[in-house]
Ligand binder design. Structure first.
Ligand SMILES: Nc1nc2c(c(=O)[nH]1)N=C([C@H](O)[C@H](O)COP(=O)(O)OP(=O)(O)OP(=O)(O)O)CN2
Ligand SMILES: [Zn+2]
Length: 136
């Protein structure tokens, strides 16, 4: 079959890459009887979502491989750490998503063509939080 007549619709490209790490935390502002006020841990999953005004050759928003600095940051600074000791705010999923967005924008974005749209943090199979970066 000849597909040369297929026209490409206008629209926006979005990509995502999923990372994971293990960490402990507690939420000390919660009442002492709340289970999450006690020290416990999660296998966190973090997805970064990016877009770009135009694709870079050969057709990338950003090469997935160029997100490696984010992986290194998670591995060295967060994996098997206690988030409560690391983050400047209480380590809820919401705060963690915003904190990771801030780190990504400062440290990864300057070296890639894509722009961060959102960060989604999953604490468990059933619960997640997403931080959407304001349009810049
Ligand atoms: N909006 C948020 N609520 C809660 C957060 C959070 O980050 N944002 N975090 C917690 C705790 O970290 C807790 O570990 C996870 O809570 P929860 O889903 O309630 O715990 P379980 O996985 O045990 O879920 P069950 O449905 O109770 O089995 C609390 N809330
Ligand atoms: Zn927790």
């Amino acid at each position: 079959m000849d597909f040369s007549s297929v026209s490409l619709p206008p629209g926006k490209h979005t990509i995502g890459k999923l990372f994971d790490f293990e960490a402990g935390h507690r939420l000390p502002s919660l009442a002492p009887e709340h289970k999450c006020s006690r020290q416990h841990g999660h296998s966190y999953e973090v997805e970064v979502i990016l877009t770009a005004a135009a694709l870079e050759s050969p057709g990338f928003v950003t090469d997935f491989g160029d997100l490696a600095p984010f992986r290194r940051f998670l591995d060295t600074e967060l994996d098997h750490h206690n988030l409560h000791e690391i983050m400047p705010v209480e380590p809820t999923s919401e705060h963690l998503a915003q904190f990771l967005a801030g780190w990504f924008i400062q440290n990864v974005e300057p070296g890639i063509p894509g722009r961060l749209v959102a960060v989604q943090v999953r604490e468990t199979e059933h619960s997640w939080a997403r931080f959407d970066v304001e349009e810049r």
